[in-house]
Every structure is written in structure tokens, then in C-alpha cells.
Design a protein around this ligand. Structure first.
Ligand SMILES: Nc1nc2c(ncn2[C@@H]2O[C@H](COP(=O)(O)OP(=O)(O)OP(=O)(O)O)[C@@H](O)[C@H]2O)c(=O)[nH]1
Ligand SMILES: [Mg+2]
Length: 392
């Protein structure tokens, strides 16, 4: 969604109410009021579209909650388990359930007709010593704002990554475009933005707005950022800028409208039309070069060998093994984000390790030599062993 820069003051003021809403009911009411103050012209078309979609999502979420409270209806929220939650999406009958069942053993219904799956079904998939949670989902019905579509979008928003399942017996390129369009309408990006803006609103104290530059602003100054926030009546906030960011990006961050999710494409049913699968992979690769593509067949159980490794890489994870002085190395790794430091490990083990921290010893890829002594800000790599020494 591109936010029009010339939104009237009244609409901006209403937006604050949306941001400050604490309950879903409040948010719905505030969003309705906001929408009624947005002038109707071409420049605000995307914004109005987005706001209406968000409203539909919120209303459904409210319905869901009511049903859940009364014990009726399916749950459309899956509790996260394992190293990451990966939602498997696709058009009807593409083989999503077959793939999730094959890779996780989950008991999910498979049948030769569309709309077999009506509720999300989770299962665990193993990659070396890492477990990923795959979630089978109902099919996406392109171009409709059906309840199921909104629910799948909701699942994606809450997930760590998506797998797009395309059907080689159909037209995979067309399916990919339809899915991509559906996601982008819902504000979900599969392409990593150049930069990232985090806005932490502070409710208490009159500290003013602080801007921290971890990256750079491309077309504006820190002062412009502050002024923009003030035009939305945000006076107390901490704005963090990562990577390369424009003033537009800051405005979109105010509206919390875009979400990036790492993605992997599976072109399934390659047993039916391998040539088309390969041709389509080439075309899709040209469209979006950075998304990995797997050509596979759930029926023949072939082509999924690299999936775990690819997911691990796309999710930008590392495994770190802990060890007590003179003790054994833990069997289970800690799963951390790339760029994590000894600080993150100490914090994960126990807060007291942070307070009493003296030094850490490191073995593995990030160590200059086995048993290197390092401090809290040492950046770790996949496969490191960490031994923390603390005054305890
Ligand atoms: N030939 C072939 N058939 C497959 C393959 N994967 C799945 N199928 C068949 O395709 C049909 C649909 O499979 P499902 O796994 O139910 O597909 P789905 O995407 O979950 O379908 P919905 O839940 O309705 O969206 C079933 O008849 C499967 O047996 C494959 O790799 N090759
Ligand atoms: Mg299914």
C-alpha cells in the first residue's frame, strides 16, 4: 500500500486512534472512523482498499474469538512449535496436504477434489537436529475475499515463512502470479525490503521522538522523519532505521502495512509434466530470482531432499550448542537468528548468566582457535559451541 502524503489532518488524527486501540473491538471502531474520514479519490484508492481488507480481517478475528470462547467452530490459529512455523499455501488441489503429510506424517485429508482442506493442520518436519513446523492450509481462491482466504492470510502474517505449492499439471507460472498478487494485496512481501523501520511508541513520559540510524535515510533527514511522525501526532517514539530507508517506508511503517516473509516455491506433480515444471521454474526464477524453487512430486516422494536445508538458510537461522565448563556438549541446539551474539545465548539460558557474565569460550566456525575467549558481543555462527563462565 502506498500511503498518500496529503492525507487530511482529520484522517491522520483518526489514525492515532487506530494505533492506540487496545482491543479488537476498539480497533474495528477506530478503523471504521478512520476510513470515513479518508477522501475518496484515486490517490487514496489503495489505502481505502487496504483499510477495508484489514477491517474484514479484524471482524473475522472477532468472530473467531467469540466462537472459540463458546467452544464452537475450528481454531484458525496454530501455536508455534520447533525452530520456525512455515505455512504451506497454494491453489486448490495443488498437493499441499500431500506434501505436508509426506514430510511430517501429519494426518491431513488428501483427496482428488478442490477444497478438501478447510482447517489448518500442523506437523513437524525434521532437518538434521532442527524441527520445523509445517502448517497445511485451505486453498487460496484468487480474487475473492472469501473467509478462507482471509484466514490463510492471517496464518501467514503470524508465521515465519511460506511455502508456495504450484501444480505442474496446470499452469505453474499463472498460479504463481495469482498467489503473488493475492499476497501483495494483503501487504505480504516475498522480497526482502532494502531497509526496515521499527517504530516503538512510548506512552509515558515526554521524551520526544528519538531516531536511531543503524542504516541510512535515502531521501530525507532525521528531522523529516520527526516531522512526519508529528503530522500523525506521534510525539513520543523511538524510531529505528535499518538498511536503506525512504520517507515513504517510514510512513508505511506507521501504518504497519507491509510484512516480509521468506518463501520457497515447490512445483509439485512433476511426475505428470516434468518439462512444464522445468520451463516454469526458469520463468519464475526470472521474475523473482531470489526465491528458491524445488521441482518435486509428492506422489513419487521425490525432490524434497534439499527442502530442510533451503528453509534453514532462507529463515537465516543458526544453531548454537551450549556446554558447561568440563561438561558435555548439549545435544539439542539453541536456534538463533543469524547475527546473534553470546549475549543472546546467555539471555536464553538464564537472565542470571547475563548479570554474572565473565567470559565465554567458543569452539567452531566463529572461533579463531578452539576455546577462544570472547565477550558478550561476539557474533556466533552456525555450529558454534559456547561455554559461558559466570560468577555464580
Ligand atoms: N500425480 C500426482 N498427484 C498428486 C501429487 N501430489 C498430490 N497429488 C494428488 O492431487 C490431489 C490433491 O492433493 P491434495 O494434497 O489433497 O491437494 P491440496 O492442495 O491439499 O488440495 P485442497 O486442500 O483441496 O486445496 C490428490 O488426488 C493427490 O493424490 C503429485 O506429486 N503427483
Ligand atoms: Mg488440502
Amino acid at each position: 500500500m502506498n500511503m498518500p502524503a496529503n492525507l487530511p489532518a482529520e484522517a491522520r488524527a483518526k489514525w492515532i486512534k487506530v494505533m492506540e486501540a487496545k482491543s479488537i473491538e476498539e480497533k474495528i471502531k477506530a478503523l471504521e472512523e478512520f476510513l470515513s474520514t479518508v477522501p475518496k479519490h484515486k490517490g487514496t484508492e489503495n489505502l481505502r482498499l487496504w483499510a477495508r481488507k484489514r477491517l474484514a480481517e479484524l471482524r473475522e478475528e472477532l468472530e473467531e474469538r467469540k466462537k472459540r470462547k463458546s467452544g464452537k467452530g475450528p481454531r484458525f490459529f496454530i501455536e508455534k512449535e520447533g525452530a520456525a512455523q512455515i505455512v504451506v499455501i497454494g491453489l486448490p488441489n495443488s498437493g499441499k496436504s500431500s506434501i505436508v503429510a509426506l514430510l511430517t506424517g501429519a494426518k491431513t485429508k488428501i483427496a482428488d477434489y478442490p477444497y478438501t482442506t478447510l482447517e489448518p493442520v500442523p506437523g513437524m518436519m525434521r532437518y538434521q537436529d532442527v524441527l520445523f513446523q509445517l502448517v497445511d492450509t485451505p486453498p487460496i481462491n484468487p480474487g475473492s475475499s472469501s473467509i478462507l482466504n482471509n484466514r490463510v492470510i492471517g496464518l501467514i502474517r503470524n508465521s515465519d515463512a511460506v511455502i508456495l505449492v504450484l501444480d505442474a499439471s496446470n499452469d505453474p507460472v499463472e498460479q504463481f502470479k495469482l498467489l503473488l498478487n493475492e499476497l501483495s494485496n494483503a501487504g505480504i512481501l516475498l522480497t526482502k525490503p532494502r531497509g526496515r523501520v521499527v517504530i516503538e511508541k512510548q506512552r509515558t513520559g515526554k521524551t520526544g521522538t528519538r531516531v536511531t540510524l543503524m542504516g541510512k535515510l535515502l531521501d530525507c533527514t532525521i528531522d523529516d522523519v520527526r516531522k512526519l511522525l508529528e503530522s500523525y501526532r506521534i510525539y513520543n517514539a523511538h524510531v529505528k532505521i535499518y538498511g536503506e530507508v525512504t520517507l515513504d517506508d517510514v510512513e508505511q511503517a506507521i501504518f504497519e502495512s507491509k510484512l516480509y516473509k521468506p518463501a520457497v516455491i515447490i512445483i509439485n506433480k512433476a511426475d505428470i509434466n516434468l518439462r512444464r515444471a522445468i520451463e516454469s521454474a526458469k520463468i519464475i526464477h526470472k521474475l523473482i530470482p531470489h526465491i528458491p524453487i524445488i521441482i518435486a512430486s509428492a506422489k513419487l516422494k521425490k525432490g524434497f531432499e534439499e527442502l530442510g536445508k533451503i528453509l534453514f538458510k532462507e529463515l537465516e537461522l543458526i544453531r548454537v550448542y551450549t556446554k558447561q565448563p568440563n561438561g558435555r556438549i548439549s545435544e539439542k541446539p539453541l536456534i538463533l537468528k543469524k547475527g546473534a551474539t553470546v549475549y543472546d545465548v546467555a539471555e536464553r539460558i538464564h537472565k542470571k548468566f547475563l548479570e554474572a557474565f565473565q567470559y565465554a569460550k567458543i569452539w567452531g566456525p566463529s572461533a579463531k582457535y578452539p576455546g577462544e575467549r570472547v565477550g558478550l558481543d561476539h557474533v556466533l555462527e552456525d555450529g558454534d559451541v559456547v561455554e559461558i563462565h559466570a560468577r555464580i
